[in-house]
Design a protein around this ligand. Structure first.
Ligand SMILES: [Zn+2]
Ligand SMILES: [Zn+2]
Length: 339
């Protein structure tokens, strides 16, 4: 089968049409006819080879929704024509301790959708059926596509860190990830505070479920958050005033970072006074996407609570302008290609 895709042929290059041949699917493979594909900031990092893992030609796209077009001989749980989604990861060893515990995202042998395979900026994409998720019927395809990466990236740490309905959750950075985190935390029943550098985000944050809004560059507003939050999800891509956020945590509070905070080749660094961590039993952690079980759960939760990404839709003819919007952090709130 001939696949019509868009690829970067060198680091930082514009995307160009790129066709490739694919033979018959392997036993566990599934070919998905792509209808929608979100553009994640990680796609820009891959196009630019910021993480030194990119191979060219590189077909980005790992927030894929489409329908099953072909299945391998061992695929039983997915049917032709069924609507499915694929995220950042499309394979792992399925045998190591991390895979066996539901943390396929931590497997040393994980397969990334746009690195070891060609991604979803294409008419079809081949993935591993075991990393291909049914999309609940009530979810709109465009609004669901970003859930496959951004959605699970914010939902998984809330679940892993034991966020409960009586907790007060802070979401730092109201962008592609943050606007989903606000919706999830609100739907979990939590009191929710949005933190943003940009005061103009207040109305949107309230619409996504925030009960309170803090302009994070205003020290007086930050001081009022001291000892108020049980859990903070830091989605911002810039380094934060870490001490202020650690002070905002209540005892036993947890701050989880989902961005590498790196920019212009500089590694992001987190610093915090040990005394604050020790005295309040507070912790700082990182989180990267999520395993299969939490991904399927997140989709079910999103369907139950009408959670979807707020999207800007682009056609493939405008694919490079769409990528530039993501590169410039200009999207409100997530860019999705309609193929
Ligand atoms: Zn992503
Ligand atoms: Zn494994």
């Amino acid at each position: 089968m001939r696949i019509h895709a868009f690829a970067a042929r060198a680091p930082k290059a514009a995307l160009q049409p790129f066709d490739y041949e694919q033979d018959n699917p392997g036993p566990y493979d599934v070919d998905v006819k792509v209808s929608h594909c979100g553009i994640c900031h990680s796609d820009v990092h891959l196009i630019d080879n910021d993480w030194n893992i990119s191979h060219y030609p590189l077909v980005p796209g790992h927030e894929i929704v489409g329908t099953v077009a072909a299945t391998g001989t061992a695929v039983e749980q997915l049917k032709i024509g069924e609507r499915v989604g694929v995220g950042w990861q499309s394979g792992s060893c399925l045998r190591c301790e991390w895979c066996l515990n539901g943390y396929e995202n931590l497997c040393q042998s994980k397969v990334l959708t746009c690195v070891q395979r060609h991604g979803g900026f294409a008419d079809f994409v081949r993935t591993d059926s075991r990393f291909t998720f049914s999309i609940p019927e009530s979810l709109d395809s465009a609004g669901a596509a970003p859930l496959l990466c951004a959605g699970v990236a914010v939902y998984a740490p809330m679940r892993r860190c034991g966020v409960r309905p009586h907790h007060h959750v802070g979401v730092v950075g109201i962008g592609g990830l943050g606007h989903l985190a606000l919706q999830f935390a609100h739907a979990m029943g939590c009191e929710v505070t949005a933190f943003s550098m940009n005061p103009e985000k207040e109305g949107d944050a309230a619409a996504f479920g925030a009960d309170h809004f803090v302009v994070s560059r205003d020290p007086a507003q930050m001081r009022r958050t001291v000892r108020t939050l049980d859990f903070i999800l830091a989605t911002a891509t810039a380094p934060l005033p870490w001490t202020a956020y650690i002070k905002a945590l209540r005892p036993n509070g947890k701050l989880t970072i989902v961005s590498r905070l790196s920019s212009n080749g500089e590694e992001g660094v987190v610093t915090a006074p040990a005394s604050l961590l020790v005295a309040g039993q507070k912790s700082i952690a990182g989180s990267v996407t999520g395993g299969r079980a939490v991904t399927q759960e997140m989709l079910a939760f999103a369907a139950r609570h009408d959670i979807a990404a707020k999207t800007e839709l682009f056609s493939c003819a405008d694919i490079n302008s769409a990528v530039e919007r993501v590169r410039n952090n200009a999207a409100h709130y997530r860019v999705v290609l309609e193929t």
